[in-house]
Design a protein around this ligand. Sequence first.
Ligand code: 6R9
Length: 652
Amino acid sequence: MSEDSGQIDHVFHERRKFAPPAEFTKRSVVSSQDQYAELCQRATENRDEFWKAEAEEHLHWFEPFDSVCEFNAPDVKWFDGGKTNASYNCLDKHVEEGRGNRTAIIWEGEPGDTRSLTYAELRKEVAKCAEAMLELGVGAGDVVSIYMPMTPELAIAMLGCARIGAVHSVIFAGFSAESIADRNNDAKAKLVITSDGLHRRGKVLPLKETVDEALAKSPTVEKCLVLRRIGNSDTPMTEGRDHWWHDVVDKQQGELHAAPMDSEAPLFILYTSGSTGKPKGILHTTAGYNLWAKRTFQWVFDHREDDIYWCTADCGWITGHSYIVYGPLSAGATCLIYEGAPNFPAENRFWELVEKYRVTILYTAPTAIRAFIKWGDEHVEKHDLSSLRLLGSVGEGINPETWIWYHEKIGGSKCPIVDTWWQTETGGIMMSPLPGITATKPGSCTFPLPGVVPKIVDELGGDVDDQHGGMLCIAQPWPGMLRGIWGDHQRFVQQYWTTVPGMYLTGDNARRDRDGYYWIMGRIDDVINVSGHRLSTIEVESTLVSHDCVCEAAVVGRPHELKGQAISAFVTIKDAEPTEELRQELKQYVRKQIGALAQPDDIRFAESLPKTRSGKIMRRLLRDVASGREVAGDTSTLEDLSVLAKLADEEA
Ligand code: 6R9
């Protein structure tokens, strides 16, 4: 039955539940179920009135808007006719309101160098960078590619673009020359901002050489601005095209005002890896995105004046855009930014930083947490983590056993965990616990935020009952939603708005349980079909991870004559040997926990799993490995190609 309808069978049952700590409830931003219910009701039933009040209170307006939301699927305009500026909202607003001396950014480089900037200082640096860009011929609407290490200047460059209405396109500083050129050309970038190099795990890696290679194939790029980060004296500089940051930025006055921008003026493009071929430039615009990033930050992270907030993402990803730059800075938060790797010089680096800066809110990804588990508790136990009060997770589903470790070892069993589900396309968090009111269930992103109307449908667009999963759609517009794919309206319509007419298709599967909790079940494309039963990857993976010896698991389907598909599992293990005995034990374990149907047909022990550069398991590639096929499709977003070769050699 499930085969016809496209519903997903639900086999994994997690019954633990954690109440919000009373101390939290007493003083959190959203502090009662009634308040939450009221917010949700107003945001959906009186949508325009609700968002009008939110926008007026939380953004600065040079000119007021005429309308709140004009939605004509898939096109949408929020706050049309108004003029605001994201850099003003992040900086000037605080300075004008007397908070200029608050610390905005505390930064630590991988070698241990540090820097701290108040809101007033950050505004000045941003204005200088903006002035330099104007001098280099960049104006409103021009696209600027940013390819930099996690230095304060990366955030300064983003905000500098926003200040003059230039559109930034941040490219993670691990991508190849080819990928940079693709992105430059797709966006018609005029300026590239980069650095001479970066520090990574104790090594110094040049960046400018890579950019030069890309620029040879990027005809639209006229100028290149280069930050000196590593002091590489033989950095190649092309006369007339390339300029040092310290030559053109440092000499500026830093007094440039933020330009009033239309609400719907493009703020940034961010490329995400499509599963095949050409990357998609997701477009976000000014006012709606800014408001969504700010309000979701305040609701979910329960931000307070004295918080030291640390999001460990890179600005090359949407998490860095929304929850290092635009959300926290709009909210006036003090943010820690760290440049380097979590295991350099040793596996305790993160915990050393938490202790050193008395971090109160930590936002990181399941892939990192699983690495910490593998590296061993001793690295954590060396440090005083008592300053932490709230933990967050993003990027992938968090397996319940990983959640429990995070809760106990990092959170000292006292910090709520916000498992935040969202996407580059959604601009900000869509579903998440609110720490003061939501009883959490490990592995569930719990409930939608105010204004988010999720709908789970089968392949015909029909409702799915609570014992099954289906395709997750969003039925109403929200301010942070993507406005398009840069230069490709057709692909935008096709990808997100065609399968289920009138609704935004997320590409994820999800299930809603009897208590109304949402559980993300993985990507639609990753579903495994065994004898007509459609299984979610994450449910089988979470079962494997709940075995004491398993750290990380990825599960995929491969063709099977009789069953349609067989289940192949890839696991990394700890405190155990990769023996045939363990393999059999794991198969039996899954069978016992969730049933014969879900028992993997083969299990491969892996040293590590293929991941995207932002740490997501690439199941698409594992499908090829499991079927004995040549790995096909785009591998440019893969972090470490050698992982694949090792897996292919491994016997199941
Ligand atoms: C923010 C971000 C989006 C995809 C998304 C989903 C997965 C993200 C998740 C999660 C389960 C969570 N995802 N958060 N799955 N639980 N809390 O990661 O954006 O890089 O565009 O990826 O990541 O599959 O559709 P992006």
